[in-house]
Design a protein around this ligand. Structure first.
Ligand SMILES: [Fe+2]
Ligand SMILES: [Fe+2]
Length: 132
């Protein structure tokens, strides 16, 4: 049994690893990053973000804006995955977002969200991944 924040931290670790490998194989790494980032974003926006609105409203609103920015940077990189400048823009924005979630947002979730709900959201996240 894991909490949703553990689940999301694992995705963050995988994303960082993909970023680190990117320049060796942009086309296939781009595809992997896109798939993981889209699923991760969906899991957060359909699950933990709405569930934490009552105690982390500002953090959630801020996070959604950063997701929108990452979506745009991802679409821009998709036009040419070998564009390293565009890759760096996406990578830096996502790393910044990950750091804020882990330092500021996840601790709020772990402290204030009903524990049972934290486990439930993890199970839901697994189901969403299986449906892909
Ligand atoms: Fe996020
Ligand atoms: Fe995240």
């Amino acid at each position: 049994m894991a909490r949703i924040t553990d689940h999301l931290r694992k995705d963050h670790v995988r994303l960082k690893a993909l970023f680190a490998q990117y320049e060796y194989d942009p086309a296939s790494k781009f595809a992997e990053i896109k798939e993981l980032l889209e699923l991760h974003t969906e899991v957060e926006e359909k699950g933990v973000y709405p569930a934490s609105k009552s105690f982390a409203k500002d953090e959630v609103e801020h996070a959604k804006k950063e997701h929108d920015k990452a979506d745009k940077l991802l679409a821009n990189l998709e036009k040419d995955p070998t564009n390293i400048e565009a890759f760096h823009e996406l990578r830096d924005a996502v790393l910044h977002h990950i750091e804020e979630e882990e330092l500021e947002y996840f601790p709020l979730v772990e402290e204030h969200l009903d524990e049972e709900k934290q486990y439930e959201l993890d199970e839901e996240a697994d189901r969403m991944a299986d449906e892909k």
